[in-house]
Design a protein around this ligand. Structure first.
Ligand code: UFG
Length: 329
């Protein structure tokens, strides 16, 4: 299929682009490079520079004719979304509407959408299944949930079939080393742990050790980004085969606490990684663990790389090639 990958130069998008190309699709990346990186652009993909906030940009891209698109272009910092909601409204919400209108006008009837565990809010029970109540606790999570609802309307009115993939905690790097761009100003645990291991940060702050978990630190489901990428390929095949929309959770079903992640990182990297406990971070749930049974049964998805050691080693193998966060050694 001819597939347009919107946000394909970003951290997850570049892994999706590689997986789609390996699956035999003809891939084109559309990205404004605001957080995506040129170094992430894979030779297998054509590139269109453009911004989803500009309806003309995205319409021009779709007018080239695509059978399907993957939409990963979004701002994704939970904390920032509570301070600057306007940014998230314009990019995540209006930008997606621009994409859907352009897809609709051009006859593109399949979309794979990056959704998030953030649509659920604090769990009422774990593991979280797809029917779990959806009460996002951040504006970011709200934008993802709202887009899922808009997708359902475009499905019923325009016949655009969608796969909403609710990622839990994406981590890791392409193990074969094809993708090496580091996220600028990372907010997530593993990149921050790597920056401490590299000596770019003095220490890791562990946000809270009084949670109701086995060691008092938050429990999360970390899933390898290449496993997530495979889910996009499988989801697109499902849309083609079944002609039906779906929304599924994507997690490894292996809960890891913050302390366990740090200890594993010390072992895998051989570095000290100084860490200290600080107060809780606002908005953090104690445990966020999904069941991915639906993804297994509907799209045949089985994560292969989401064990802690592979997550850390594949990330470390990229970080250690850098001298500074922006300069490769
Ligand atoms: N953490 C620390 N110190 C840090 C950074 C993180 O202790 O410096 C802890 C957090 O408190 C949390 C865990 O590490 O317990 C993971 O935190 P991340 O920021 O890496 O990830 P979150 O679970 O907060 O958020 C992730 C995605 C969001 C998504 C959310 C779904 O980054 O995009 O899962 O709930 F919305």
């Amino acid at each position: 299929m001819k597939v347009l990958i919107i946000g394909g130069a970003g951290y997850i998008g570049s892994h999706v682009t590689k997986a789609m190309a390996l699956a035999g699709h003809e891939v084109t990346v559309f990205d404004n490079l605001s957080s995506g990186l040129l170094v992430n652009l894979l030779p297998a993909a054509a590139f269109i520079a453009g911004d989803i906030r500009h309806a003309d940009d995205i319409s021009a891209a779709f007018s080239r004719g695509f059978d399907a698109c993957v939409h990963l272009a979004a701002f994704k910092a939970v904390g920032e979304s509570m301070v600057e909601p306007e940014k998230y409204s314009v990019n995540n919400l209006s930008g997606t509407i621009n994409i859907l209108n352009a897809a609709s006008a051009s006859g593109c009837r399949k979309i794979v959408f990056s959704s998030s565990a953030a649509v659920f809010g604090s769990p009422e029970y774990v593991p979280i299944d797809e029917d779990h109540p959806k009460n996002p606790e951040s504006y970011y999570g709200f934008t993802k949930l709202e887009i899922e609802r808009i997708l359902a309307w475009y499905d019923s009115i325009r016949g655009i079939k969608f796969a909403a993939l609710r990622y839990f905690n994406a981590a890791g790097y392409d193990p074969s080393g094809d993708i090496v761009g580091l996220e600028r100003n990372p907010q997530n645990l593993l990149p921050i742990v790597m920056e401490v291991a590299m000596g770019w940060r003095k220490e890791l702050q562990i946000f809270g050790n009084d949670y109701d978990t086995r060691d008092g630190t938050c429990l999360r489901d970390y899933v390898h980004v290449s496993d997530l990428a495979d889910a996009h390929v499988n989801a697109l095949a499902y849309l083609e085969r079944e002609g039906k929309s779906l929304a599924v959770n994507l997690g490894s079903e292996k809960g890891v606490t913050v302390t366990e992640m740090v200890e594993a990182a010390r072992r895998v990297t051989g570095r000290d990684i100084p860490a200290r406990y600080t107060g809780r971070r606002a908005g953090d749930a104690s445990s966020l663990i999904p069941t991915s049974a639906l993804a297994r049964s509907l799209i045949g998805w089985n994560p292969r790389l989401s064990d802690v050691d592979t997550l850390i080693k594949s990330t470390w193998d990229v970080y250690r090639t850098y001298r500074t966060p922006t300069e490769r050694a």
